[in-house]
Write a protein that binds this ligand. Structure first.
Ligand code: S5P
Length: 279
């Protein structure tokens, strides 16, 4: 199975430049941690990113929740991305027809495609959503993740829906680099008589990761980095409140310590996974 190789080896096999860069960054920084910065003030947003920057390979944003958004915030974010050497993932969860998502991705106040290496989409509209986003993202070397599963209790993305998402991704390997999911997806959705491709490799980025809580009282479900990376074979852990707690008056030293704690837990689980290959 390709995912059992090192991040560095896997980087060589991906054709999409953002996937390659992410895997190379993970290897170089020894971090499979993505911090999700879900805060509403620009000041807090930048302070968290500067604090966790040394410990992450990827920063995930919800840029539309920033109350005082101005495009200069993107320039600050890009400066931090260069300073700390991480990629940017805008968690936009596109879900419309091809023409509309192409406009939402390229235009408006946020112009997501101009700065986010990676974004994501719900597969619910079918393959046209990939086509629409690729028309904007591919010329800019961007990568797309499909939401094949969700971390919330009672999520509808399962069974045949998940299988169809994987089939859609297989038909667009230049742009779709993997999934937001809870498990690995290689071999999922194959028709009867179709043989699994041993070299198939998708990136699995997984949210719903926490070391100190099992839920948030609003449907979110948490599991540990070890469960995600070692138990389910995911590649990147996405952690938000487990690292920065409650927005407002946060202790930035604590945020830094927590990000180092999660980085170490995620990386150790990966090292254990590599070790398990020979057993
Ligand atoms: O299934 C999902 C998909 C996503 S992208 N479940 C999720 O929680 N997410 C996102 O991950 C969610 O929008 C949030 O930004 C982050 C999880 O945040 P946390 O504070 O619960 O760790």
């Amino acid at each position: 199975m390709a995912y059992l190789n090192t991040y560095a080896d896997r980087a060589k096999k991906f054709i999409n430049p953002s996937a390659k860069l992410l895997l190379e960054t993970i290897e170089r920084k020894q971090s499979n941690l993505c911090v999700s910065v879900d805060v509403t003030s620009s000041k807090e947003f930048l302070a968290i990113i500067d604090a966790v920057g040394p410990y992450v390979s990827l920063i995930k944003t919800h840029i539309d929740i920033i109350d005082d958004f101005e495009f200069s915030l993107i320039h600050r974010l890009q400066e931090l991305s260069i300073k700390h050497n991480f990629l940017i993932f805008e968690d936009r969860k596109f879900a419309d027809i091809g023409n509309t998502v192409a406009l939402q991705y390229s235009s408006g106040v946020h112009r997501i495609a101009t700065w986010a290496h990676i974004t994501n989409a719900h597969p619910v509209p079918g393959p046209s959503i990939i086509k629409g986003l690729a028309s904007v993202g591919l010329p800019l070397n961007r990568g797309l993740l499909l939401l094949a599963e969700m971390s919330t209790a009672g999520a509808l993305a399962r069974g045949p829906y998940t299988e169809d998402a994987v089939r859609m991704a297989r038909d667009a390997r230049d742009f779709v680099i993997g999934f937001i999911a809870q498990h690995r997806m290689e071999g999922v959705g194959l028709c009867e008589g179709q043989n699994p491709d041993e070299a198939e490799d998708f990136l699995i980025l997984t949210p719903g990761v926490g070391l100190d809580a099992t839920n948030d009282g609003l449907g979110q479900q948490y599991r540990t980095p070890e469960d995600a990376i070692l138990g389910s074979g995911c590649d990147v852990i996405i952690v938000g409140r487990g690292i920065y707690g409650r927005p407002g008056n946060m202790d930035i030293d604590k945020v830094q310590r927590q990000s180092e704690r999660y980085r170490e837990a995620g990386w150790n689980a990966y090292l254990q996974r590599l070790k398990s290959r020979g057993e």
